[in-house]
Design a protein around this ligand. Structure first.
Ligand code: PHE
Length: 366
């Protein structure tokens, strides 16, 4: 009988998957390379427990595919990749750091085929550790170690720009003052996004499954969390998923009471049918990889193209504004879900090949 892992590996339309078992921690390292059409594959390192190796492989593959479209949309000369470190529960600090170093050595062995950065479960400090053995293929180290630091705030800048475009389309004006926004997750993107929204005068609510994240949002922003499940039922203008993927599905979409979904989580739609489900409910969906490209842009722009912090923020906002407006217009013109419109735009850029990556032109290679 064919196992699920065999099916996932055998039927994937991406380029390759590297799977390594780490004996000392009993963790699985999975690196998925979806496409190197626009450049060497890049994508973050996700570290968390998974139910099975198959779940880890599937997540890495889907996330890598999302990175391919994200780089195409952001016009950056990179291909789509992603790494998943499927770790046992309660890994000790020391074991975790040693695992990161062995993972770094694997990245170095790949010799630039795959470049990494932070993602769910890893931080800028973790990138410093991975870079001890994995340099020069690691983005997002701390500034003290020569990196551009946490990319979460840059991602939040792009999501905010996406919310403005969405409000313009729904309400005729982009201002967020007085708009109600429910944010799922107050982590590396959710927390800075909440801060930006408060500065804009939006009416915000948030939830996070981790008590520490709720305490931090309360301490820094004076906000009190709502119950995690309540994010789906609460009436609001915009629902912003900024935690894990797959949260827009047949169970949650019928409950939503928002006008639009604009958030940073990767792979928000559980399946393609969910894009149609949202459209049928009259909910405008801002495709995840279109509005969450800010982190990727900041990491690459600042570390390989010489952008300043300010320049990165300005370019992120401009890119999200232009591409999301184009995608909404195309979805109207072709009468297709916004997710499909985004694929049409991304596929056209992939079709054209590396030369279309204008942001990379003249930039130093990493
Ligand atoms: N993990 C983030 C993302 O999905 C940031 C990142 C981008 C990390 C590109 C590495 C490379 O966009």
């Amino acid at each position: 009988m064919t196992s699920r892992v065999e099916t996932l590996l055998g039927r994937w339309d991406g380029e390759e998957v590297i799977v390594r078992h780490d004996q000392l921690t009993n963790a699985w390292i999975v690196i998925a390379i979806h496409s190197t059409r626009l450049g060497p594959a890049a994508g973050g390192t996700r570290m968390k427990p998974y139910e099975s190796l198959a779940d880890a492989v599937e997540d890495a593959q889907r996330l890598a595919e999302g990175m391919t479209y994200k780089f195409a949309i952001a016009d950056l000369p990179r291909g789509g990749g992603k790494a998943v470190l499927a770790v046992p529960q309660g890994l000790r600090e020391r074991e975790r750091a040693d695992l990161l170093r062995r993972y770094g050595a694997l990245i170095a062995q790949l010799g630039g085929l795959y470049q990494t950065g932070p993602d769910v479960g890893t931080s800028a400090v973790d990138m410093d550790v991975i870079a001890e053995t994995g340099a020069p293929y690691v983005f997002g180290r701390t500034p003290d170690h020569g990196g551009s630091g946490d990319s979460g705030p840059a991602t939040a800048v792009g999501v905010l720009a996406g919310m403005r475009v969405t409000c313009e389309r729904l309400f005729g004006q982009g201002a967020l003052a007085g708009r109600s926004v429910v944010v799922q997750g107050a982590g590396s993107v959710g927390l800075p996004l909440l801060r930006l929204l408060l500065e804009e005068g939006a009416d915000v609510a948030f939830a996070d499954a981790a008590p520490e994240a709720c305490e931090r949002a309360h301490a820094e922003l004076g906000l009190r969390a709502i119950a995690p499940e309540e994010v789906y039922d609460r009436a609001c203008d915009i629902f912003a998923p900024c935690a894990l993927g797959g949260i827009l599905n047949e169970r949650t979409i019928p409950r939503l009471r928002c006008r639009a979904v604009v958030g940073s989580a990767n792979n928000q739609l559980a399946s393609e049918g969910d894009a149609v489900r949202l459209r049928d409910r009259g909910i405008l969906y801002a495709p995840d990889y279109v509005v969450n490209c800010g982190g990727a842009m900041a990491l690459l722009g600042r570390e390989t193209l010489g952008w300043s912090h300010e320049e990165a923020d300005a370019r992120i906002a401009a890119t999200v504004r232009a591409t999301l407006a184009q995608i909404y217009a195309l979805a109207d013109a072709e009468d297709v879900p916004t997710d499909e419109a985004a694929r049409i735009v991304a596929d056209a850029r992939l079709e054209r090949g590396p030369a279309s990556a204008s942001a990379g032109r003249g930039g130093a290679a990493m």
